[in-house]
Design a binder for this molecule. Structure first.
Ligand code: FAD
Length: 367
């Protein structure tokens, strides 16, 4: 098995993510993927031989409107059916979970103790090291220029240093997957959407808090080792919060403009943070970066065999939650490659087929 990476492993969206892991989705399949992935995250050291900083500290959603609380309450029967321990929480419990946080503007919240966060680059290094020991070859700095297609079959890839023949090819190139698949005449609707993260020095009294997310605004924060990290929505030209793209683009180009953190975000984060917690007053923002969410029209990834093109598989377009589901995705794609279908969880709904036929199995949500 060979992995071709045009830059360095982790240099795409993975290096920019917040590392959150949650079960609190509204679609059953997402929750099942989280359950499968969480079992792996628990055993990461045993499975890979590497360390990973997985903290099961929960995800706390907080809402400041009654409508927001009603939306948070809606999927509770689904969580109950799937045995995910999610509970609605009031101001008292919220204040216990995040000591010192302003709660007097909150109408309520929702908490799952099985959620948490990890470190995408550390986890990636562990995956890569164990794959290497198992015989997988990695070539960094080697871009795939095109897929090799002969009739209704993909037979390998072309790189600048020559052709690599393969019985099976998995396109897992994040928001760049569309351009790559187009070289085999396969239309894959994945496009980039810029999102940003900011970092301050650590706040010792908040070192063990859950990932905390304002439901209405999309502002969220977590401790991360020697730092405190903040994630935020985008702001439109008229200052409105925007968590996801308004619509799909008309075209899916392969190369995108260099990423810059929009100047309007820092004052917004400072104000939002200072309002939410007194410890965030006069925030010292020491680092910030933007990265691309890899969007699809229904905010769900495209995973599995490409219909009608033997030997070609896709695992991309995770729309903001690709890190947490990575171990589950890898397992299920391999099952599909070896057995013709994923056995552990039925992932038919993630197939590219849904965009070819117009089927819409998911309720879209972007955090
Ligand atoms: C701000 C932000 C916050 C996020 N927070 C979370 C979170 O809390 N939890 C979570 O689960 N997810 C989160 N995500 C999403 C998560 O980071 C991504 O879904 C995940 O990293 C995608 O991984 P990937 O391997 O599919 O894509 P990428 O990490 O983008 O990897 C694709 C790789 O393909 C390579 N490549 C591209 N074209 C070629 C080519 N032609 N040949 C060879 N190689 C190529 C690229 O160089 C890149 O390294 C967040 C994302 C952002 C931007």
């Amino acid at each position: 098995m060979l992995v071709l990476e045009r830059d360095r492993l982790g240099s795409g969206t993975t290096k920019g993510g917040l590392g959150g892991m949650r079960h609190q989705f509204v679609d059953e399949l997402d929750i099942r993927l989280s359950q499968l992935a969480t079992a792996f995250w628990h055993n990461f050291e045993d499975r890979t031989g590497s360390r990973h900083d997985f903290r099961e500290r929960g995800y706390l959603f907080i809402a400041n409107t009654q409508e927001g609380v009603a939306e948070l309450r809606e999927p509770l029967p689904l969580y109950e059916r799937l045995k995910v321990p999610v509970e609605m929480v009031g101001r008292v419990e919220i204040a216990e979970l995040v000591p010192g946080m302003r709660v007097n503007d909150l109408a309520g919240g929702r908490f799952c103790e099985r959620d948490g966060y990890g470190d995408p680059l550390v986890a990636l290094a562990g995956f890569a090291a164990s794959a290497q020991l198992a015989g997988v070859a990695f070539r960094e700095g080697e871009a795939v220029v095109s897929l090799l297609r002969e009739g209704d079959r993909v037979t390998g890839v072309r790189t600048r240093s020559g052709n690599v023949r393969a019985e099976r090819v998995v396109v897992a190139s994040g928001c760049w997957s569309s351009a790559l698949c187009a070289t085999a005449s396969v239309a894959v609707p994945i496009w980039p959407y810029r999102r940003s993260i900011m970092e301050s020095p650590p706040i010792p009294q908040l070192a063990n808090i859950p990932m905390t997310i304002e439901w209405e605004s999309g502002f969220h924060f977590r401790p991360k080792g020697k730092a405190q990290r903040f994630a935020m929505p985008n702001l439109t030209a008229d200052g409105k919060e925007e968590k996801g793209p308004a619509s799909a683009p008309l075209a899916y180009p392969g190369d995108y403009a260099p990423l810059e953190v929009p100047a309007s975000l820092e004052p917004w984060v400072r104000a939002r943070a200072a309002w939410r917690h007194p410890a965030f007053a006069d925030l010292d923002i020491v680092d910030s970066w933007s990265c691309y969410y890899e969007m699809t029209p229904d905010d769900h990834p495209i995973v599995g065999a490409v219909p009608g093109v033997a030997g070609l598989y896709v695992a991309a377009g995770f729309s903001g939650h690709g890190f947490m589901h990575a171990p589950a995705t890898a397992q299920l794609v391999v099952e599909e490659m070896l057995d013709g279908r994923a056995r552990t969880i039925d992932i038919t709904d993630l197939s590219l087929e849904r965009f070819q036929t117009g089927r819409r199995p998911f309720k879209a949500t972007v955090l």
